[in-house]
Ligand binder design. Structure first.
Ligand code: NAD
Ligand code: TYD
Length: 358
């Protein structure tokens, strides 16, 4: 029996594949299109592992997905593949519609046909875990209670709207066809292998080089932060014990304003990679034009997954962010690999003259 992971060359997917292989469990088939966000370098530790099969391909390719499901007798799918960056969705939503909606739909269709061919026990045991985000719930006021599994959907960006549409399709396949799906809603992840268009790796990489650190608006937007390996553990708990048709919220109980996150990274860089002339990294902060429609606050109530599946995060922000900064400083080859043309083009497109180019 095999797990099919989609998007396993991306940030969370690669961490998930590596953690499954480390745990010494069943084989993993890893289907990834290798967009700008996918990187085989993140899977170097798995390259010689006979339990890992990488397949370059698109989740929109129904025939390919159907073949993989059959050929490898897949017993579960963990679906990460997505266009995932809010700012890119604002500049060009089309790819988000294609992958996050059509791609999820095709994956569901292929799975529905495949599961129908399984014997009853295998059909019963099959799982489709849909990895979604807290962003589908919209923006919270400063005193509002955190999102739980009963929160309504109020997506505000093309990214979160496309994820919400995918979630609704997933839900409908449970209610209409009895497909054993589970959707998870996680908060902001950080850790190794995250593409440096996202806040934390962007600040580490630019800070390390003494370049300006772009903070949107007043820097007071709040996110909940979870170390990526804790998210992977939560997904493994959901795969093992989650109830079909259910949803689970996953978070780090760690709300922070963006400016505080940036300052914490700066303090670690001051310690681990000081700038010449004792200049503090936080002097590099530049407030730049805000993201249109920027959600003010996300917060997660992860009580259900704690109570029902016994999951809780192993890292707090202090330990997780130190590991993350150390990882980026020590993995310059990976960093150089991903800081290629596509990354530089993105900086020029998104920030224009708001930050100095690399
Ligand atoms: P990512 O952008 O780093 O990786 C996405 C991966 O999907 C890449 O490897 C890319 O090549 C692949 N991909 C894109 N389109 C594809 C397609 N059509 N077919 C096959 N592969 C394709 O994303 P991530 O940060 O690792 O996020 C993974 C999932 O987790 C996403 O669904 C995202 O919505 C969700 N999520 C992310 C976060 C976060 O903080 N990063 C938080 C909550 C949920
Ligand atoms: P990001 O990492 O893009 O994740 P998301 O938008 O999914 O939460 O951004 C995290 C927060 O940091 C978000 O409030 C936007 C902000 N941000 C900046 O202030 N500057 C930046 O250059 C980036 C990329 C993000």
């Amino acid at each position: 029996m095999t797990i099919l992971v989609t998007g396993g060359a991306g940030f969370i997917g690669a961490n998930f594949v590596l953690s499954c292989l480390r745990a010494g469990e069943e084989p993993v088939v890893n289907l990834d299109k290798l967009t700008y966000a996918g990187n085989l370098g993140s899977l170097a530790a798995a390259s010689a592992n006979p339990r890992h099969l990488f397949v370059k391909g698109d989740i929109c390719d129904l025939e390919l997905v159907s073949d993989l499901l059959r050929q490898h007798a897949v017993r579960a799918i963990v679906h990460f593949a997505a266009e995932s960056h809010v700012d890119r969705s604002i500049r060009g939503p089309e790819d988000f519609i294609r992958t996050n909606i059509t791609g999820t739909f095709r994956l569901l269709e292929a799975t529905r046909s495949y599961v129908a061919t399984l014997p009853a026990a295998a059909r019963e045991a099959f799982r489709f875990v849909n990895v979604s985000t807290d962003e589908v719930f919209g923006s919270l006021g400063p005193d509002a209670i955190p999102f739980d599994e009963t929160s309504g959907y109020f997506p505000n960006s093309p990214y979160s709207a496309s994820k919400a549409a995918g979630d609704h399709l997933v839900r409908s396949y449970f209610h209409t066809y009895g497909l054993p799906v589970i959707t998870t809603h996680c908060s902001n992840n950080y850790g190794p292998f995250q593409f440096p268009e996202k806040l934390i790796p962007l600040v580490i990489l630019r800070g390390q080089k003494g370049e300006s650190l772009p903070v949107y608006g007043d820097g007071m937007n709040v996110r909940d932060w979870l170390y990526v390996e804790d998210h992977c553990e939560a997904l493994r708990a959901v795969l093992a014990g989650g109830k079909p048709g259910a949803t689970y919220n996953i978070g780090g109980d760690c709300e922070k304003a963006n400016l505080d996150v940036v300052h914490e990274v700066c303090a670690l860089l001051d310690e681990l990679h000081p700038l010449p002339g004792e200049k503090a990294h936080r002097e590099l902060v530049r407030f730049v034009a805000d993201r249109p429609g920027h959600d003010r606050r996300y917060a997660i109530d992860a009580g259900k997954i704690r109570r029902e599946l016994g999951w809780r995060p192993a890292e707090d922000f202090r330990s997780g962010i130190r590991k993350t900064v150390v990882w980026y400083l020590q993995n310059q080859d990976w960093v150089n690999d991903v800081s290629s043309g596509e990354y530089r083009n993105w900086l020029a497109t998104n920030y224009g003259s708001g930050v100095d180019a690399q």
